[in-house]
Design a protein around this ligand. Structure first.
Ligand SMILES: [Fe+2]
Length: 196
């Protein structure tokens, strides 16, 4: 099997230019291409000389998570803008889960706090249905430090490629403002409901 790059039905975004979206989508497509390529190369190396190529195959297997997670994380990221900005549904199960975990601070302010972590990476919000809670984590490299088995409900890309067409590094906060100005919370809420 091979993966196909998804197309996202994106509205015009506030504070994130078409050029920024275009270069970021091209990067996403690179992850899809290389996810497929790694699978192909492992199969070819195995077929030609599995023993002689063992080190190569092992390194490609280690690298698979980098390409696959790069692909999947960007699918979480871009699909959050589809349908345009909406607010949280008052009184929903998701809002109640947010109140239990983040109390008066709320989820958006908490994400902004975690997004202030120095360095590149992602802020990832997970649902943990077994414990009936949420976790917000700063994931540096998307293939490392993810929470095993927990459904991702929100992904904020804080790699510089996500905003440096429009902003300089010192303006990361403006990019985060733009992210929330375009975020379709109903997509996040749907992911939360499906995780239960
Ligand atoms: Fe990205």
């Amino acid at each position: 099997m091979t993966y196909t790059a998804k197309t996202f039905n994106l509205p015009a975004l506030q504070g994130i230019s078409d050029k920024q979206v275009k270069v970021h989508l091209a990067l996403y497509e690179g992850y899809v291409k290389h996810t497929n390529l790694i699978m192909e190369k492992i199969n070819a190396l195995k077929a030609s000389d599995a023993e002689g190529n063992a080190y190569l195959i092992a390194e490609l297997r280690r690298r698979f998570g980098f390409e696959f997670d790069g692909m999947r994380m960007h699918e979480y990221y871009f699909s959050q803008f589809e349908g345009g900005q909406t607010s949280l549904t008052a009184g929903s199960a998701f809002e109640q889960a947010i109140s239990r975990k983040y109390e008066d601070q709320g989820l958006e302010a908490h994400i902004r706090e975690v997004a202030g972590t120095r360095g590149i990476g992602w802020v990832v919000v997970y649902a943990d249905p077994s414990a009936d809670t949420l976790h917000t984590v700063f994931v540096n490299d998307h293939e490392l430090g993810q929470l095993a088995g927990l459904p991702i409900i929100l992904a904020l890309d804080l790699w510089e490629h996500a905003y440096m067409v429009d902003y300089v590094p010192a303006e990361k906060k403006n990019y985060i403002d733009a992210f929330f100005a375009n975020l379709n919370w109903s997509v996040i809420e749907k992911r939360f409901d499906e995780a239960k």
